[in-house]
Design a protein around this ligand. Structure first.
Ligand SMILES: [Zn+2]
Length: 87
């Protein structure tokens, strides 16, 4: 099961939550929110991924992707080059 964390934040009531997408059995991404332990905030922040935009080298379309820190930036969209998808 693949999980993509996009946000870790604290609301006024001082409850930390993380927001993430998870791939279900039908290969669809579902959005979830989950309370997390305050002591684990650093851990989830480390795993958090950012949304980037890029232009495909092959078809010229703009595409969006999530990238973990220090990961290589893809130059082609996932339709032209599905091999780039890593679950
Ligand atoms: Zn493309």
């Amino acid at each position: 099961m693949s999980k993509t964390i996009i946000s870790v934040s604290k609301k006024n009531n001082s409850v930390w939550r993380m927001y993430f997408y998870e791939l279900n059995e039908d290969s669809e991404w579902n959005f979830y929110t989950k309370k997390i332990n305050r002591l684990l905030v650093w851990f989830y922040k480390l795993k958090k991924q950012k949304l980037y935009n890029n232009i495909c080298d092959i078809c010229g379309n703009q595409f969006r992707f999530y990238r973990k820190r220090f990961e290589k930036m893809p130059d082609q969209c996932f339709e032209c080059n599905p091999d780039q998808l890593e679950y």
